[in-house]
Design a protein around this ligand. Structure first.
Ligand code: DHB
Ligand code: FE
Length: 286
């Protein structure tokens, strides 16, 4: 049977991808960011997932204001990196798993989560930057990735509570899948940041740190945070953190925090990363 072994939360700042692609990881500005991900890279190498379900948002790249699905799911065999204005990132094409993805679509939709199905989608920094942070610069990504895309670009985004419930539905689907797969759920975006307007550059370290603490100690409490609090306290783009609650909902009650990293600044964003393992499933040696 398939099982979810770990959940990872990870920022997706596009400039991190650019720094990596242009060989600037040891520059003064960037070296601590990349150093902070070394432990996560070791942990994911130990965990060795067979499949990643990656929760991300499109930033007006593949979707536009013409259509804005709240939750969507990629069922294609592959997803090409998108051209976000300076050419596609030089990273491997993301391979999907259509059998699993269609199974997941069926399970979620019959479980009353009305996912939009994406037969074709190019993926932007929201999806590719976390893969780079976890796996560096391989010729191929080490396992298939199922993209789940969430609208956090145009109000109203789904609530934290709804996101957590989607995580629970993903967990049920995975647990009922007949193949032996070790699955990692990767929630991307955040942490505090605002990239436009008068409050551009806003960072809220204490709010972010409390969010990281409560992912282990009080996940249900986190689901009560109203959308307006994310925006007020963490900036307009801090709303991306609701995607971490999908990841958290997919895990058991009882998790172990294997690692966390927090760094300010990277571009306009507080970079956050957390690795949570299901105590029942994996023992990761720290
Ligand atoms: C930045 C951060 C993001 O999450 C994003 O999607 C775009 C830009 C930034 O800090 O520059
Ligand atoms: Fe973003």
């Amino acid at each position: 049977m398939a099982q979810i072994v770990a959940g990872i939360g990870c920022s997706h700042v596009p400039a991190i991808g650019v720094a990596l692609d242009l060989g600037k990881t040891q520059d003064e500005y960037w070296k601590d960011v990349f150093k902070g991900f070394e432990r996560t890279k070791e942990l994911i190498a130990e965990i060795k997932p067979d499949l990643i379900i990656e929760i991300y948002n499109d930033h007006g790249t593949a979707f536009s204001l013409k259509s804005i699905p709240t939750f969507s799911l990629g069922v294609a065999a592959e997803f090409k990196p998108a051209d976000e204005g300076w050419g596609p990132r030089p990273v491997p094409v993301v391979k999907g798993d259509p059998d699993f993805a269609w199974y997941l679509a069926e399970s979620l939709i019959l479980n009353e989560f009305d996912m939009t199905i994406m037969n074709e989608i190019e993926v932007d920094h929201g999806l590719t930057v976390p893969l780079s942070l976890l796996f560096g610069q391989p010729k191929e990504w080490p396992c298939p990735v199922i993209p789940i895309c969430v609208n956090v670009v145009t109000y109203p985004s789904p609530t934290g509570k709804r996101c957590f419930a989607l995580g629970r539905a993903i967990r049920k689907a995975v647990q009922e899948y007949k193949k032996d797969l070790r699955v990692v759920v990767l929630g991307t975006g955040g942490m505090s940041h605002q990239i436009h307007g008068e409050r551009c550059g806003l960072i809220n370290r204490s709010w972010d740190e409390s969010f990281l603490d409560r992912l282990s100690s009080d996940p249900q409490g986190l689901t009560e945070i109203p959308l307006v609090e994310y925006v007020r306290e963490t900036g307009a783009e801090g709303i991306e953190m609701v995607m971490w609650l999908i990841m958290r909902g997919a895990l058991d009650e009882d998790v172990e925090e294997a690692y966390r990293f927090y760094h300010v600044p990277a571009s306009n964003t507080a970079v956050g990363n957390i690795v949570l393992t299901n105590r029942s499933q994996t023992k990761v040696t720290t």
